[in-house]
Structure formats: structure tokens, C-alpha cells
Design a binder for this molecule. Structure first.
Ligand SMILES: [Cu+2]
Length: 230
């Protein structure tokens, strides 16, 4: 028995030495996200909700361009409605409809205009700057999508989930940003250490499903009847 303990001691010492040599342990962030409707009920789905963990003093791995993002046009809608990309990522807009579309953004730092594009075409753009990019079609007023350009590896869509789940998060202080098209953005400061940092975060759904917006010329869209021309 005594011999067994004696043999174990160097192992303990080795583990202690290794732990001292490694940077502070990464942790996890876990928690429930709730979308509150105007009447107080909780929406069943977190579809289109985005969670972003922005480092304030933590050192996180740098992100390069992510794999290309595809935002389709189907039935005069953009699908998906919400996407995430990193700066330098290519974004394609395959037109799966039988009519002409356009995609434009007047978001500062990420302005672009694909011009009109035909069924089967898939114009591409590259997003440059971090932030929320609002996408519209100059022909169809109801078409609206959102692209979050992020510089942190910790960003996710919460579709099909009940909340936030980030792993391998380096220790430090972060800003947890939650966003939804009908809630806008809300942020909390989190201190992440080894182990699991938990929380419950609520967003209030107070905005209309389609944000009022002008066309690419900054003018009102013509009445819907005019769509027959396209
Ligand atoms: Cu369109």
C-alpha cells in the first residue's frame, strides 16, 4: 500500500507542473434564451436568434473568411432570413424563383448592389466589415434578410435550440450579444473562467416582422400592383 502511494506521487507532481505551464483553462457558456412576445408569452422557437460572444479583454483565436454563405431567393423571400459570416467571406444569392430579383445593402461599410439578376443566376459579394448588414430586394418590398458579420469564433444561430452553448472559451471578460430581427440587440457582460458560466437571457419582441425601409434610391416602393411588370 505504502509503495503504491509513493509511486503515485511523481504523477501528481507532473500534472501540477503541466497545469502551471498551460494558459488558464478555457470554459463554457451555457444558458437559456427566451423570446418574450408583446403579451408576455414565450415564443416556442429561437429561429433567427443570434448569439455572439465578443471578447472585451479575453484573447480569442483570430477568424479568417468562413465558408461561403448562400442566401437563396425562393417565393419572393430570402432564405435563410438570418446568416452569420466573417469579414472576407463570399456571400452568394442563388435565384431559385422564376422572376428577376435584386439584392442591395445600404449598411455603412458593407454597401453593395447586385443589380437585377435572372432566375438561375447567383450573384456574389464579399462582406468586409463587422456588424449587422440589412439586405433588401429593390423590386420586392417584402424581401428582407440579415447578415451578421462577426470577428469572433463564438457566434451562432439559435435555430432549433433552447439557448446559448459555447465551448472552449478562453478565460476573460466578454460581451454576450443576443439579437433577433423583431427584438433588436441586447448585451450582457460575462466573466468566463474555467468551468461553466451560466445564465438566463431574455429578449423582448417589440419590433415589426418587416422593418420599414426605402428602396435602393432612398424612395418608397411602388404599390404592390406594379410587381406585375416584373
Ligand atoms: Cu425580389
Amino acid at each position: 500500500m505504502i509503495r503504491a502511494i509513493a509511486r503515485g506521487l511523481p504523477v501528481v507532481a507532473l500534472v501540477a507542473t503541466l497545469a502551471a505551464a498551460l494558459p488558464a483553462q478555457a470554459g463554457s457558456v451555457r444558458g437559456t434564451v427566451r423570446l418574450r412576445e408583446k403579451d408576455g408569452r414565450i415564443r416556442a422557437s429561437l429561429k433567427d436568434c443570434v448569439a455572439i460572444l465578443e471578447p472585451l479583454d479575453a484573447v480569442v483565436p483570430a477568424v479568417g473568411p468562413s465558408k461561403p454563405v448562400s442566401i437563396r431567393t425562393v417565393g419572393k423571400q430570402f432564405l435563410p432570413r438570418v446568416s452569420i459570416a466573417t469579414p472576407g467571406t463570399e456571400v452568394a444569392f442563388p435565384n431559385l424563383d422564376h422572376l428577376v430579383h435584386n439584392v442591395f445593402s445600404v449598411t455603412q461599410g458593407n454597401r453593395f448592389d447586385t443589380g437585377q439578376y435572372q432566375p438561375g443566376d447567383a450573384p456574389r459579394v464579399k462582406v468586409a466589415h463587422a456588424g449587422l448588414v440589412k439586405l433588401y430586394c429593390n423590386i420586392h418590398h417584402q424581401m428582407n434578410a440579415f447578415l451578421w458579420v462577426v470577428t469572433t469564433p463564438f457566434a451562432e444561430l439559435l435555430d432549433g435550440r433552447t439557448g446559448v452553448a459555447f465551448d472552449q472559451v478562453p478565460p476573460g471578460t466578454y460581451r454576450l450579444v443576443l439579437w433577433h430581427p423583431e427584438a433588436g440587440e441586447k448585451a450582457w457582460t460575462l466573466n468566463v473562467g474555467a468551468g461553466v458560466t451560466t445564465g438566463t437571457w431574455n429578449l423582448d419582441l417589440s419590433l415589426p416582422a418587416l422593418e420599414p425601409h426605402k428602396n435602393k434610391f432612398g424612395r418608397d416602393y411602388p404599390p404592390p400592383a406594379d410587381e406585375r411588370n416584373y
